[in-house]
Design a protein around this ligand. Structure first.
Ligand code: ZN
Length: 153
């Protein structure tokens, strides 16, 4: 499927994030990090998070892949920056619940900011992993214990 099937406004916001990504790059220092791959599409997200006082003080990513995966990382990082880790995990739960077909309320979706647009991708099962990859990376980065076992780099 192509982006052409999406609503025009949604498509514009997604392309804008993909072409002018927010928070793309590397942090000088981070407390949590996670790299995830989506082999079915060839997407990679390397996520770095700096948590201080239980808040996401800074977040950045590098990666490559399709428009949807990269736009999702840009939107996700925008949405969670400045949030507490609990708030960010709750947002990631909303997004990943959508990915497995659970319905969430409009007010819950509104918490996601621009990222709620990508929940419209759930109509296209082949692209769900692309949209959800960065949220899974966030969950795993924040929940990871101090050992680095989870890091598949
Ligand atoms: Zn993809």
């Amino acid at each position: 499927m192509g982006l052409s099937k999406l609503n025009g406004l949604y498509r514009e916001v997604i392309l804008d994030h993909a072409n002018h990504p927010h928070n793309k790059g590397e942090l000088p220092t981070s407390t949590n990090a996670m790299t995830l791959h989506n082999p079915t599409c060839g997407d990679t997200i390397n996520l770095q998070v700096k948590v201080a006082d239980n808040k996401i003080e800074d977040i950045a990513y590098t990666g490559e892949g399709c428009t949807i995966s990269q736009a999702s990382a840009s939107m996700m990082t925008d949405a969670v920056k400045g949030k507490t880790t609990e708030q960010a995990l709750a947002m990631a739960k909303i997004f990943s619940d959508m990915a497995i077909g659970k319905q969430r309320s409009a007010s819950e979706l509104a918490q996601l900011g621009d990222a709620q647009i990508l929940t419209s991708i759930m109509e296209f099962p082949a692209r769900i992993k692309c949209a959800t990859l960065s949220w899974w990376a966030l969950q795993r980065a924040l929940l990871k214990q101090s050992d680095e076992e989870d890091n598949n780099e």
